[in-house]
Design a protein around this ligand. Structure first.
Ligand SMILES: O=P(O)(O)O[C@H]1O[C@H](CO)[C@@H](O)[C@H]1O
Ligand SMILES: O=c1cc[nH]c(=O)[nH]1
Length: 382
């Protein structure tokens, strides 16, 4: 008998929702004596209004000692200056109410940092391999834009991690990305999410780097037309879910042209627009003879570099392909500006003095600094 009753109750819970009405089921005894012979409970139906329903379940009955406010009053209260003041116990940057996203390698996140307040005004992002270079760039651009910190303090925004370094002055963000495709790819994923969370618009991103030249005077700047792989094809390939995914490495041709014109106006060093070969390695991947081991001859090396030159390649580095492909996917205007530190047809070793290499590294910074300044001037922002 008990089993039958339990089954009936279960069936009742699984019934589809009924229209709003008050059900006065005859309360019978637990043994089911209230059931009709056919097993259907007897219901006396009586239609009621929504207000009556609320009063039955006491939804709107104010509890003793409680004050209730309308939504409008609460909204007004929330936007008053007092309500906006940060309580002392909260961290420096108030928490933003978005689906939490941790930018792990930056040590930043949407629930720990107010990303729109910190980065919402960013219009130019410059990236490069070395943290030192990216700090020196922010100091340089601060001077160019007249935004110097009198105490020369440019804190590393990613100080909580040693993976990447990040600096900001006015609308310019400077971020290091380490060496090679995997390293810059991780950084770009988090940077692109950061720009999204911060609601940044019209952002231009430029890689300022170093490279080995082919048939160019060391110190020449190559503004990348197309980033090509080690077989001289303009594509970036990545294995995703076990499948080879091929993506385009097109860069913004108008931006490249603007940068070239800027260099010509500056007239401090030679710049060219040409293809850049992006490799997976600095030694054998770039046909060097001075790695820990080498599986080819000097003649093979020269032959390969000659083929690269014939296909339009003028410099070799290690990040441009994934940089171009990720920026294209996300719709950012992007350029790659690298100085050549040596002519690879003449040698492999970077044997120039520290001072010479240091000075050469500054050329892309000078060119891009000049470009950013002229862009901000022409848009009346400085
Ligand atoms: O000048 P950066 O940005 O470090 O880049 C170049 O220098 C590194 C090799 O020395 C590679 O990462 C290459 O792409
Ligand atoms: O030869 C060079 C110099 C700098 N960076 C490279 O990737 N290759």
């Amino acid at each position: 008998m008990e089993v039958t009753l339990a089954r009936r109750r279960l069936q009742k819970h699984l019934e589809p929702a009924r229209p709003l009405r008050r059900s006065t089921v005859d309360q019978g005894s637990d043994d089911g004596s209230a059931d009709t012979p056919a097993g259907t409970p007897v219901e006396h139906e009586q239609n009621i209004t929504v207000e009556q329903f609320y009063s039955i379940i006491r939804l709107h009955t104010p509890k003793q000692g409680r004050i209730s406010y309308t939504r409008e009053v609460l909204c007004e209260l929330a936007s008053s200056p007092v309500a906006k003041k940060k309580p002392k116990y909260l961290p420096e940057h108030p928490i933003v109410l978005e689906k939490a996203d941790v930018l792990y390698h930056f040590n930043l996140g949407t629930s720990t940092h107010n990303l729109p307040a910190l980065f919402g005004d960013v219009k130019f992002v410059c990236v490069g391999g070395s943290p030192w270079r990216m700090k020196s760039f922010i100091e340089y651009i601060a001077g160019e834009l007249g935004l110097e910190d009198p105490k020369s303090e440019y804190p590393n925004i990613c100080a909580g991690t040693d993976r990447y370094a990040m600096y900001k002055v006015g609308p310019v963000l400077s971020v290091s990305h380490g060496m090679g495709i995997p390293s810059i790819s991780i950084m770009l994923h988090e940077l692109l999410k950061l720009l999204h969370h911060a609601h940044c618009t019209d952002v231009t991103i430029i890689r300022i780097g170093t490279s080995g030249g082919i048939g160019l005077e060391p110190g020449t700047i190559v503004i990348t037309k197309q980033s090509v792989d080690a077989t001289f094809l303009p594509k970036f390939e990545q294995v995703i879910l076990g499948k080879n995914v091929v993506r385009s490495t097109d860069l913004d041709t108008e931006l490249a042209e603007q940068l070239l014109q800027c260099s010509n106006r500056l007239n401090q060093f030679k710049s060219v627009i040409a293809n850049t070969m992006c490799t997976m390695d600095f030694y054998e991947g770039q046909a060097r003879l001075d790695g820990a081991f080498c599986s080819y001859t000097q003649e093979d090396k020269q032959d390969y570099l000659a083929k690269a030159y014939a296909s339009g390649v003028r410099n070799i580095e290690m990040e441009s392909s994934v940089f171009a492909s990720m920026c294209k996917l996300s719709g950012l205007k992007a350029a790659v500006v690298c100085v050549t530190l040596l002519d690879r047809q003449k040698g492999d070793q970077l044997s120039g003095s520290h001072q010479v290499l240091h000075d050469l590294q500054q050329r892309p910074q000078i060119l891009v600094g000049h470009f950013i300044k002229s862009q901000l001037e022409s848009s009346g922002k400085i």
